[in-house]
Design a protein around this ligand. Structure first.
Ligand code: GCW
Length: 686
């Protein structure tokens, strides 16, 4: 039996570093529930300890000490005892857990039961989450198992510390000083991930550098893998397909070339010798200039299977489906499906194909990717973007759970929802972490990291549940404040859609950095780099015709799904301009014309941001001053920039359609030329 004593929690300033793991003191009875002198005991598995279990016990000590505050020690009553039973068959499988008061002494004994030590760690975090949101110990009874095996973060972090599409400072990975020096942030990061059940991390950008496969980097990775192992996190590397040429001294990277195959085999052996539980490789191939098997006339399956053979049953190759070719004139939204679906059934068992949530690229709203459900003989995984490349970076508040839920809950019409299609495999999120003190560039962006992890664990959770539990742990347990914060969060993503890309528009962001409006950009070398390509607007109408009369992207969906979107008169207006080109004066089911509806949506988005700012202002005093001020200042930026988006877009549409502003709508504040002349070469993340 292992027991440990309660340790004091260091008092941090409320600068956001503690994320949702603050363990702020409970009040009243809930607090005295937790009086615990020496409360945590490992009672089973022969009392065998492990680094994972030690972390669980330490977390419980830290959590109970924090939740008790200073008052509880003096409280009356006998101390509560929390027992961890980590080797039982409890029917929850790997990583699962059961939490329950002990039947014959429910107020003073509590049990965390799991089949393995990781389950006990996850169960400990779950218990602390329940307590932190205000549940009484004696009321907590839950059994949980992860919904999918792989719950990963993908970092687009470069070894020089720059983060592609990163808006929270520099990379958290200090490759320069590894392996000798391991930053404490690496531990704090693993702890935060473990609290959500995230169990895999790709440490480098998919636009990868080959030198990260060299032995000196394997040593750095080994140190990280060792530090994260007790937290249940396996490390993965993005691998550049041309590595055998770049660093291997070969003159080809052809996946069918025996020397190339041997090189990767030896590379995998080298990595597995250092890191026996190495997760595997993530590969971006033949996409946006990255090398790949097609450079040698081979297919994606040839490339992926070659790497899969090198790894064998030791790990996994995750092959990205985010491809669009530099020559293909087909609608970009169709290209991934066209390249991958014919390969269904050809990928090796240890290959996963990773598919972005939508067919273009992490827009504020896209229909779900048509590949989901269309490759029944391939292991498909969902890729979501936590960092907000197209949603106002870390400057705009946009809670992304509703975006991900929309995709996860979408019925593919081919044997289940997207969540059901990926459940046997997993989900990856492009991380939003950085060196900023608050980790994510803004306090509310922590909620996106949190929500991603919670949905990967259980996609059936609602956006509202997740927002509520996050707010209670992160800011305050006061129910009125939690209600206000939750309401802000739930409306925030739709607000961004409305002021940036309403009615199914997409990719209207300015070139390169993707910040701010750029609907007038029409002259870039490749058609699909231009916002004009996506809106197809002219004097008479707007929208991308993806019906049979147009690109026919609609036909990539199951017939009953395509049928929902086929008719502009009945389609959900959220997808109207994604699938249809309509006249400005067409009348919509609302009775308004397309032009009136569009302007109305922009105005709705602007007003929604004003509402959020007002709600937050009303929380002054309920939230600590430092974080309240930081969020207020960001919301002021968002209020100004929502107007910028609305006005610049409207001014541009008017330059095409020559229409007056709809009745009651105000004209843009500045001229179109003034909006066009703005430029931001210094925007982060490029
Ligand atoms: O969203 C786009 C980004 C690129 C990114 C690419 C990808 C890592 O603009 O920065 O590259 O997608 O997903 O590969």
């Amino acid at each position: 039996m292992v027991a440990c004593s309660v340790v004091a929690v260091p008092a941090y300033a409320e600068d956001g570093y503690d994320l949702w793991l603050r363990y702020a003191p409970l009040e009243g009875e809930a607090q005295s529930d937790l009086r615990a002198d020496s409360p945590f005991a490992n009672i089973a598995d022969g009392g065998r300890s492990s680094p994972t279990l030690e972390i669980a016990l330490e977390e419980l000590s830290r959590g109970f000490a924090g939740l008790q505050g200073s008052g509880a020690r003096a409280a009356n009553g006998s101390p509560v005892k929390v027992e961890l039973d980590c080797g039982e068959t409890v029917g929850t499988g790997e990583g699962g857990y059961r939490l329950s008061p002990v039947a014959d002494d429910p107020r003073r004994a509590f049990l965390i039961a799991a089949e393995d030590h990781l389950g006990c760690l996850y169960g400990s975090f779950a218990l602390l989450r329940e307590l932190s949101t205000g549940k009484r110990l004696s009321d907590i009874a839950i059994g949980q198992a992860p919904a999918m095996p792989l719950r990963m973060l993908n970092h687009w972090d470069n070894p020089d510390g720059h983060v592609e599409r990163g808006y929270a400072g520099r990379s958290i990975f200090d490759w320069w000083h590894l392996p000798e020096r391991l930053d404490q942030r690496m531990i704090d990061y693993a702890r935060a991930n473990a609290s959500l059940g995230i169990n895999g991390v790709v440490v480098n950008n998919v636009n990868a550098k080959s030198f990260m496969l060299e032995p000196r980097y394997i040593a750095k990775l080994e140190r990280l893998a060792h530090a994260w192992r007790p937290y249940g996190i396996r490390v993965y590397l993005s691998a550049r397909f041309s590595a055998p040429r770049d660093i291997g001294g070969l003159d080809t990277a052809d996946p069918l070339d025996p020397a190339v195959r041997a090189w990767w085999h030896a590379k995998a052996d080298q990595i597995y010798t250092a890191i026996p539980d190495f997760g595997g490789f993530l590969v971006k191939a033949n996409s946006e200039g990255q090398p790949g098997p097609q450079d040698y006339g081979r297919t994606h399956a040839d490339g992926a299977n070659m790497l899969a053979a090198a790894i064998g049953d030791r790990g996994t190759v995750i092959w990205r489906a985010f491809v669009y070719s530099a020559e293909d004139e087909a609608d970009r939204a169709k290209q991934a499906y066209e390249e991958f679906v014919p390969l269904d059934g050809q990928f090796a068992d240890n290959v996963i194909v990773q598919v972005k949530n939508g067919p273009v690229d992490f827009q504020p709203r896209e229909p779900f990717h048509p590949m989901f459900g269309a490759m029944p003989n391939t292991r498909l995984m969902l890729e979501a973007q936590i960092t907000k490349e197209y949603l106002g970076f870390a400057s705009h508040l946009a809670y992304l759970a509703p975006l991900w839920k929309e995709v996860l809950d979408a019925d593919t019409g081919r044997g289940g929802t997207v969540a059901e299609v990926v459940a046997p495999v997993g989900i990856a999120g492009v991380a939003n972490t950085g060196s900023d003190r608050n980790w994510t560039g803004s306090h509310f962006d922590q909620a996106n990291w949190y929500a991603f992890g919670r949905l990967a664990w259980n996609p059936a959770l609602t956006s509202e549940e997740i927002a509520g539990e996050w707010a209670a742990q992160t800011f305050t347990r006061d129910p009125a404040a939690v209600g206000a914060i939750t309401s802000m969060m739930l409306d925030s993503r739709e607000a961004v859609v409305s002021y940036m890309t309403p009615l199914g528009l997409a990719h209207q962001m300015d070139t390169g950095h993707h910040y701010g409006p750029g609907p007038w950009v029409c002259d870039l070398a490749r058609p699909e780099w231009n916002p004009c390509y996506y809106h197809q607007a002219d004097r008479s109408g707007i929208g991308f015709d993806r019906t049979a009369n147009g690109s026919d992207a609609l036909s990539q969906y199951a017939p009953q799904v395509a049928a929902q979107w086929a008719d502009p008169a009945t389609i959900d207006p959220h997808y109207l301009l994604w699938f249809h080109h309509v006249a400005w004066d067409d009348t919509l089911p609302s009775g308004r014309t397309v032009w009136q509806e569009l302007v109305r949506e922009y105005d709705r988005g602007v007003a929604a941001v004003d509402t959020m700012a007002g709600q937050w202002a009303g929380l002054r005093g309920a939230i600590d001053a430092e974080r309240h001020r930081a969020v207020s200042e960001s919301l002021a930026i968002q209020q100004r920039e929502a107007r910028w988006w609305r006005d610049a877009s409207v001014a541009y549409w008017q330059s095409l359609n020559g229409l007056e502003m709809p009745q009651g709508a105000s004209p843009p504040a500045e001229t179109l030329e003034a909006y066009k002349s703005r430029s931001f070469p210094e925007a982060p993340g490029q």
